[in-house]
Design a protein around this ligand. Structure first.
Ligand code: FBP
Length: 674
């Protein structure tokens, strides 16, 4: 028996005031504005007119409301997509609210994600099952899957399952793509009287909903806080380890398929030496390129956004600057989806999506069945990229494209063809993004070494003390080894990259040693230190954080989401996503609401075609949280004489509510303070 586990299971999350009332109802809030996509209007006609619904509690429901609220119901729930901490509490919140309204209500869990709906694999959830998973991480109770219900046949089978189980409502707990799926299910099952409710889940934090005027309806999806705290804890430990044995650069890839929200939160929690935010790289404008093009009377679109090569230079700049003050170690955070924001990569991916879609349409076997059998895959791929004539925007293949393509290491050139997931997303979690970048970084560092730019600064006091302790006169040996040492605290070692032979010659010339005499070991030691060594350890933080036990924030958030789902179901809503308004503020201000899904949809390229999806929310580079990180970047790089500025995030506790128990990005964006 693990007492901590028992304590965790018995934690009772606080509920919003409305859920303490015997009954809840919905009030339409007309004040939110959404621009409706014409395609959404056409394809989701049944639910497009939905409005924001605010859940309100009542002590004295009239008879009609009471009858509707307490009517016996069967509700199905499915997890869709990657696990996110808190999912079990959505079930617990829904189960408790359903049983409270009517003890005869039944909740069915679909096994292994949407496949469970298609194949009618469901289990009726009992109190014991729910209790066993309260406040625990993962989706282990009913597991999850990534299947998309995207064909007529899958939709037909899903409808049959709902009929067979006599479902009144189906709850889809998932990310942007799964909520998109929920909207289509709501549309299709409208006639059958099956209500469909979505729940915003994903550690990526990319389901954030604002209306056209920027008013926040859903500040964050659940699971984000726990994952960020887990990653930050591990990365903070690397900051401590790195600054103790001062020998490695720790390269940390942090999950988030596209958006860099997790990397941003981790940066704020740990103050790692360098953190790259994909959205920031895309925002970069190469002024020199633009001016040159302008002078030539042309427009250079490639001046917008950072190239892979440019990014590697920025990374090198940080490494070189830290080395110059003796710091040959550090911690670097790279978001999993960073390549998504590198234009040239994005163009290759979109172009290949189109080619793969066309191939699948015109061949017996799918592209991914045929491609692995080809003898020279790279040659084939190059031809594909050059020959694609489908979309004029992506057909231009010039020498620059060629150059950019050649910059990408071979394993990733082929990797660009990796099979997309069922929603058409490129599987960045399977790409060794850090390896792609580090290859370029290492090459450039070698060049900088040769140029004498990448060198280790040795503290003057260190070198004087070391020589002296070996009984050698620093003023005698020093000049032979160093120049311009009198200027500052740090010595620029010169020449930086010299062979042992050159070093001996320099010492002989300076009269420090006689011909053929051995170099005193202490000088050898100092010399060795002057030659930078870029040693790295790479880490991937993703699946571990997805499986963690939810923080107090996520436990409370998800339990209240579950309760919100029941209120929406019991009041007849469909095509709505359960959410908590004011999540970014103190719990006392949280308000359960329903957000209409259809108005959030727009057209996006998926698998080479335009598809109606919910727009992912990426990091806003004008947000307070991002601006804070930008302003503190130089401080956190600590390329100066002083100590590093690493931050140790506080411990994660289920039982105390502190400032640490909310995402810093949320607090900053809402209030402008940490
Ligand atoms: P969801 O959007 O389904 O929540 O999943 C997010 C995520 O964890 C991403 O961060 C990551 O890129 C992806 O899932 C990994 O997918 P898989 O589990 O298929 O490897």
């Amino acid at each position: 028996v693990n007492p901590q586990l028992t304590a965790r299971r018995s934690f009772v999350p606080p509920v919003c005031g409305v859920f303490e009332k015997p009954c809840s109802l919905l009030r339409t809030d007309e004040s939110y504005r959404f621009t409706i996509d014409q395609e959404a209007e056409k394809q989701l006609s049944r639910i497009i007119a939905n409005r924001v619904q605010v859940v309100e509690g009542t002590d004295a429901p009239d008879d009609a409301l009471k009858a509707q609220y307490t009517r016996r119901r069967n509700i199905g729930i499915v997890f869709s997509g990657g696990p996110a901490p808190g999912g079990h509490n959505v079930i617990a919140g829904l189960f408790d609210a359903a049983r409270r309204a009517n003890p005869a209500n039944k909740v069915f869990g679909f096994i292994l994600g949407p496949d469970g709906i298609i194949e009618n694999e469901a289990v009726e959830l009992t109190g014991e099952m729910v209790d066993a998973y309260r406040n625990l991480g993962g989706f282990t109770m009913i597991r999850t899957g990534r299947t998309k219900i995207d064909t007529k046949e899958k939709m037909r089978l899903s409808r049959e399952t709902c009929k067979a189980l006599k479902l009144d409502a189906l709850v889809v707990v998932g990310g942007d793509d799964s909520n998109t799926n929920a909207a289509f299910l709501a549309q299709e099952m409208y006639e059958d009287g099956v209500q469909v409710i979505g729940v915003p889940k994903t550690i990526d934090g990319d389901i954030q909903v604002r209306d056209d005027t920027g008013r926040v309806l859903c500040a964050m999806s659940f699971g984000f806080h726990t994952a960020a705290r887990s990653f930050a804890g591990a990365i903070s430990n690397l900051c401590t380890d790195g600054s103790s044995d001062v020998k490695y650069w720790h390269i940390c890839k942090v999950m988030g398929r596209v958006a860099s929200h997790l990397a941003l939160e981790v940066a704020l929690q740990t103050h790692a030496s360098m953190t790259f935010i994909g959205e920031d790289l895309a925002d970069f404008v190469d002024r020199k390129r633009l001016e040159k093009a302008e002078a030539e009377g042309t427009v250079d679109y490639t001046a917008y956004g950072m190239t892979l090569r440019h990014l590697s230079r920025v990374i090198c700049d940080g490494i070189v600057r830290r080395a110059a003050v003796g710091k040959t170690y550090g911690v670097m955070v790279i978001p999993e989806g960073v390549l998504e924001f590198i234009n040239e990569i994005q163009i290759f991916i979109i172009k290949l999506n189109t080619i793969i879609a066309e191939y699948n349409d015109t061949h017996d076997k799918s592209f991914h069945q045929d491609f692995p059998l080809l003898p020279d895959k790279l040659e084939y791929l190059r031809k594909l990229l050059q020959l694609s004539q489908t979309d004029p925007a992506y057909t231009i293949w010039n020498s620059r494209d060629n150059e950019l393509f050649n910059d990408i290491p071979g394993f990733f050139q082929e990797g660009l063809l990796m099979e997309r997931d069922s929603h058409g997303n490129f599987p960045f979690s399977q790409v060794r993004t850090e390896k792609v970048l580090l290859g370029l970084v290492q090459d450039y560092l070698n060049y900088l070494k040769e140029q004498g730019i990448y060198k280790v600064g040795i503290r003057r006091d260190y070198y004087s003390k070391t020589l002296r302790s070996a009984g050698l006169d620093p003023d005698f040996y020093g000049p032979a080894l160093f120049r311009n040492y009198a200027d500052g605290k740090f010595l620029q070692v010169r020449p930086v990259i010299i062979s042992r032979k050159t070093l001996i010659q320099a010492l002989e010339k300076g009269g420090a040693i006689q011909e053929n005499q051995e170099i005193p070991p202490v000088i050898e030691k100092i010399f060795k230190k002057s030659v930078p060594d870029f040693k790295t350890q790479t880490h991937f933080y993703g699946y571990d954080g997805r499986g963690g036990d939810p923080t107090r924030f996520d436990c409370t958030y998800t339990y209240n989401l579950g309760q919100t789902v029941f209120s929406l179901v019991a009041n007849g809503a469909t095509g709505q996503m359960a959410a908590i308004r004011n999540l970014e503020f103190d719990f006392s201000r949280w308000e359960p609401i329903g957000i209409p899904i259809a108005p959030l949809m727009h057209l996006e390229e998926r698998k080479g075609r335009l598809a109606l999806v919910i727009e992912k929310s990426v990091v806003d580079v004008s947000s307070v949280a991002f601006r804070a990180v930008k302003a503190l970047r130089e401080k956190w790089l600590a390329a100066s004489d002083g100590p590093d500025d690493f931050r140790r995030p506080g411990p994660v506790s289920l039982f105390s509510d502190t400032e640490e128990s909310h995402p810093i990005t949320l607090t900053l964006n809402a209030t402008g303070r940490t």
